[in-house]
Write a protein that binds this ligand. Structure first.
Ligand SMILES: *[C@@H]1O[C@H](CO)[C@@H](O)[C@H](O)[C@H]1NC(C)=O
Length: 258
């Protein structure tokens, strides 16, 4: 403001050298000039105040803007954090889903596998019986083995001495025949009457045993048994000797028809 005053003084000094107005006092012109100067100064002051006011307004705006920016920043940070949490949740739920899905499909596969296994697995069918009902054998006589050791599938009958296939398949059957000293046994293993295998068991001066085996394709309900091919008073088998078991047995090996 002192600059303006100096300027005013300079102006008033210059103006003072001009010819005076005769109607007024000697200093009339100067006074008027001074008055105008003061008004200008006042106006300048007002202007300054306004500028200051504006500057303050700008400062306030800036503050408001800064706080707005801070608020927005906070909001964005919160949004980002919650988005990240959601991504995390989604990832873990996706992972859970993957784990559950693969567990389910594994269980389904296991079930399907068990099903297939059941379908293709050979059922457990086997039997073993010993101790013939009679020792003296007559021609055509079916040997009835009375003591049943095993009868999985219930194919063997200790009443008839016959094995009836509970399921169709490929079987292996055996007969084990023991005779006392100088006794003879002529035996056959037959499938519904047709011979699968035949044997003569004889011990010259000793008790002895021999075995015969036969494969047989059997349909369900087809039967296998052991019979005497040639009977005689001297044609005998051991009935129930603890060391000389005369026995008959068999097992299903495969139930897939090739
Ligand atoms: C999270 O999963 C939901 C439902 O599937 C989905 O709408 C949303 O967009 C996912 N969010 C992200 C961040 O991937």
């Amino acid at each position: 403001m002192s600059g303006i005053i100096q300027f005013l003084l300079l102006v008033s000094a210059t103006v003072a050298s001009e010819p005076s107005n005769p109607a007024c006092s000697k200093y009339d012109y100067e006074e008027k000039m001074l008055e105008r100067m003061i008004r200008m100064e006042f106006a300048f002051e007002k202007l300054g105040e306004k500028v200051e006011q504006n500057l303050n307004n700008i400062k306030d705006e800036k503050e408001r803007f800064r706080s707005d920016v801070d608020v927005m920043k906070e909001q964005e940070e919160r949004k980002l954090a919650s988005l990240m949490k959601e991504v995390e949740r989604n990832q873990s739920s996706t992972l859970n889903k993957v784990v559950t899905d693969s567990k389910n499909s594994l269980e389904q596969m296991n079930a399907a596998f068990s099903n297939i296994q059941e379908q293709i697995a050979t059922p457990l069918v086997y039997f073993h019986a010993h101790s013939p009902q009679t020792s003296i054998l007559s021609t055509g006589e079916v040997i009835v083995y009375k003591t049943v050791e095993a009868n999985q599938g219930n194919g063997y009958s200790s009443t008839t001495g016959k094995f009836t296939a509970p399921v169709r398949g490929f079987y292996l059957c055996f007969m084990h025949t023991c005779t006392a000293t100088n006794k003879i046994a002529y035996l056959q293993m037959v499938k519904d009457g047709s011979v699968l295998t035949a044997s003569k068991q004889y011990g010259n001066g000793v008790s002895s045993c021999s075995s015969s085996q036969a494969f047989a394709w059997l349909d369900a309900w087809e039967t296998v048994w052991v019979q005497c091919s040639t009977g005689h008073q001297n044609r005998q088998v051991y009935e129930g000797h603890p060391h000389y078991w005369t026995s008959f047995g068999g097992a299903l090996i495969n139930n897939v028809r090739v």
